[in-house]
Design a binder for this molecule. Sequence first.
Ligand SMILES: Cc1cc2nc3c(=O)[nH]c(=O)nc-3n(C[C@H](O)[C@H](O)[C@H](O)COP(=O)(O)OP(=O)(O)OC[C@H]3O[C@@H](n4cnc5c(N)ncnc54)[C@H](O)[C@@H]3O)c2cc1C
Ligand code: SF4
Length: 543
Amino acid sequence: MRFRAREQMTDFDFIVVGSGFGGSVSAYRLTEKGYRVGVMEMGRRWTPQNLPGTNWKIWNWIWRPGLGLRGFFNIDPFRHVLVMHGCAVGGGSITFANTLLVPGEGIWESGSWAGLADWKAEMPRHYQTAIRMLGVTENRIMGAADHILQRAAIDHGAGKTFYRTSVAVFEGPEGEAQGLTYPDPYFGGAGPRRTSCIGCGGCMMGCRYGAKNTLDQNYLYLAEKAGARVFPETKVVDVRPLEGSPDGSHGYEVFTVPTTRAFGGRRRFSCRGVVLAASALGTLDLLFRLKEKGSLPRISGQLGNRVRTNCESLIGVRVPGGEDLSKGIAIGSGFYLDDHTHIEATRYPAGSDAMGLLATVLTGGEPGRGRIALWLRNLVSSLLRHPWRTIRILHPFGWARESIILLCMQTLEGHINMRLGRPWFWPFRRVLRSHGRRIPTFIPQANQFARKMAQAIGGTPMSMVTEILFDVPGTAHILGGCPMAASAEVGVVDSRNRLFGYENIYVCDGSVIASNLGVNPSLTICALTERAMSRIPPAAGNP
Ligand SMILES: Cc1cc2nc3c(=O)[nH]c(=O)nc-3n(C[C@H](O)[C@H](O)[C@H](O)COP(=O)(O)OP(=O)(O)OC[C@H]3O[C@@H](n4cnc5c(N)ncnc54)[C@H](O)[C@@H]3O)c2cc1C
Ligand code: SF4
């Protein structure tokens, strides 16, 4: 494919759906190649001035526009998993915890992408490009939670695997005071000014100090500067081949609706190619609807299969009255508990305690009624024996200052499937629903580690109430559903992210990931998108 850019009869050469990791990389690389690019993003644009001070301001934190909540953080409950994801210009980068890690090479040997390319030879250069563009550096700002994790890792006999995270944060020159503003340190003056990180722990609430390298400060910033047009608060609801061509070879029409206005505003755009980058859930939801209503009927029947949760579990330790555990970078450090289990020390900034509403005391045992009964028994006996201490660890106020969240991830195989369906409690609308075998709600060795850590620092081990009551784990890393594979019989996109059955539709987001990475996935999403974009030739007339 080599469009004659700027002479087309279409509104854009490419429309990119979503402005997260896959979307921003695509927008920048396509603009750089001389294409006219439009980016449709259903979330809002955020600046240090309009980001909320704490997550108690839920109208500026949670995204549920139908209820008047217009934040950047989305939380979607499914039967098998509670999914947390971002929604903003810049996608998940606004709320993400900055940690960008290269996974082990073993991930390319499992799942439907195994053998499709010489991944181990090809991927390092794309990871390097993404690392440079995102300004990834080793974290220098260790908070109290990181020191506690290091001591606990040593006690566990895994001290050698302890590491400071690689983070997309501008930390400033070594030895200089923090909080100082510098001219663009990354793109030879073409990028925005940056302010060095003050280690406030607020990254998951959006950085109000200009230190976090969110996508609107690098890839998307440069794309817009080079002419890409971003349409915030604009949701794509339909994509149809132009002129009735069955495979889209004449281009596409893309229909959008506004997300923050109740009435009117349906718009139509035309383009030659589409990049779907709406995140695993967003792309699945859109593609299912397009397949079912006949807009893109050729989409593979594998759609929605092999959705992965990165085998995650969110547990933690709360230490009332101790040192302030909210300082540092949102994820400042990590270590490997065993060959398959990776744990990171995570935090919210002081005052952002709303997540504490989901925390409860860690309870072992088999999932189900037995564990609920055990949990209730433990709670009642704790309330009778130590009423004040129990209330102290269960009420949310002060939770962020007093808690280390342990983000546990595993590389083990395991997945669920997603389909559109009507929930029994709200049968008026078809929505994504999860199917398949349950995902384990806890990782026994991680729970044991949390208990030992709590004992060592005089705290209480905690877990999420959804894990105990509903046997549902939480994840911030939902992946897969449009797996990369050799054919439409096995997957949804090919090894260059092209949607089977159509010309010039690419899928570039977490949905194409074909194995559990065991580390935070955003860097891999960027690197795979860099690879896909590197195969698209420049626009005709562009060198
Ligand atoms: C609290 C939190 C912390 C995290 N921390 C880390 C971390 O430290 N490191 C890491 O690697 N990962 C982290 N993640 C995960 C990371 O945010 C995601 O893996 C990543 O953002 C996925 O990238 P993506 O390109 O698939 O989509 P996203 O970045 O999610 O972007 C997709 C965008 O598409 C938009 N969209 C969806 N549907 C439509 C539509 N129909 N029309 C228009 N727009 C649409 C969405 O609003 C969204 O902005 C974290 C996630 C959360 C929630
Ligand atoms: S720790 Fe604070 S200043 Fe540093 S990147 Fe995170 S939010 Fe910004």
